[in-house]
Design a protein around this ligand. Structure first.
Ligand SMILES: O=C[C@H](O)COP(=O)(O)O
Length: 307
């Protein structure tokens, strides 16, 4: 849609009310124990299984893709009646797209590539656009772009909109996730405004963080972004997805996020086409939880996060 500056300028975020509401979320038991295994399987189906390290190799990515295809031991999946469960996508740097595409062939699992000078997004603009085009050519189905934080910090909403529009166009048929790097945006109101602008400019998903900022996904930021998604849907009828990313590594945290999405956006958003966790280590903790659920056994180093 066109840039609606009046909407952007009037976007609010009542920080103390949001922080109060966010503080109540982890303590609530909105997912009943009997249903926890099913919810944890739901969480797995929404993970963008990620490796974004300078020492990534084709071998590491192949192992990650094998895990993406079969995220949990076969006997556990069978016991849970969840055969065929996979993660939502695999997320890598540009140079790892080819091995990921090859390793995931026939699985239906998309490959997401971080792009546009991830994580800082400060390389020359034409190179950021070219990077998207190269990643699409290499076979990425989804592109995770990073916005220029300075456009938000200086209130240059037109520049942010134009940037996002150009990135959207460069993605072609690939889905585009807009990483706001919320830990660097200064205020929750800026998070609300940047969320709206990225959606107006055509983002398929808005995503909190690169995982490399000092503050990554948080519940207050999630509330603001989720409510921006709801407002955008109410006004336009268009559903934009949500991806909290960075520092989400505990099974119990994934349940808090899922119940938050259910309460604020409803069940339609609890599908991998509209919700993802960006996470490199969440799957391991969920697998240990499911193992406990099925076998009743704790591994020596494992403390039940619900109990
Ligand atoms: O987008 C995904 C994040 O970079 C993953 O962050 P994490 O390693 O803290 O889970």
């Amino acid at each position: 849609m066109e840039l609606d500056l009046d909407w952007v300028r009037t976007a609010q975020a009542n920080t103390s009310a949001i922080e109060r509401r966010a503080a109540t979320l982890p303590g609530r038991r909105s997912v009943k124990k009997d249903y926890q295994a099913a919810w944890l399987c739901k969480a797995i189906s929404c993970i963008d299984l990620t490796t974004l390290a300078g020492d990534d190799t084709a071998g590491r990515v192949q192992r990650l893709c094998a895990k993406a295809r079969q995220p949990v031991r076969a006997d556990l999946l069978q016991a849970l009646g969840m055969q065929g469960l996979t993660v939502g996508a695999v997320c890598v740097y540009h140079d790892m797209i080819a091995p990921a595409v090859e390793a995931l062939k026939g699985s239906g699992i998309p490959v997401a590539a971080v792009s546009t000078g991830f994580p800082a997004g400060l390389s020359p603009f034409h190179l950021r656009v070219a990077e998207i085009e190269e990643s699409v050519k290499a076979g990425a189905h989804e592109i995770d772009i990073v916005i220029s934080r300075r456009h938000v910090l200086t209130g240059d909403w037109q520049a942010l909109y134009d940037e996002m529009k150009t990135f959207r166009a460069a993605c072609g048929d690939a889905h585009v996730k807009a990483i706001l790097a919320t830990g660097e945006l200064g205020s929750l109101r800026n998070v609300a405004r940047a969320s709206l602008i990225c959606m107006m400019a055509g983002a398929d998903f808005i995503k909190t963080s690169t995982g490399k900022e000092s503050v990554n996904a948080t519940l207050p930021v999630s509330l603001v972004m989720i409510r921006a998604i709801r407002d955008y849907y109410d006004r336009t009828g268009y559903r934009v997805g949500y991806k909290p990313a960075g520092g989400i590594s505990k099974a119990k945290d994934s349940l808090v996020y899922l119940s938050l999405i259910k309460e604020e956006l409803g069940n339609r958003w609890l599908q991998p086409d509209l919700f993802r966790f960006g996470a490199s280590s969440l799957l391991g903790d969920i697998e240990r939880q499911l193992e406990h659920h099925v076998t009743g056994a704790y591994s020596a180093s494992y403390r039940h996060p619900m109990g």
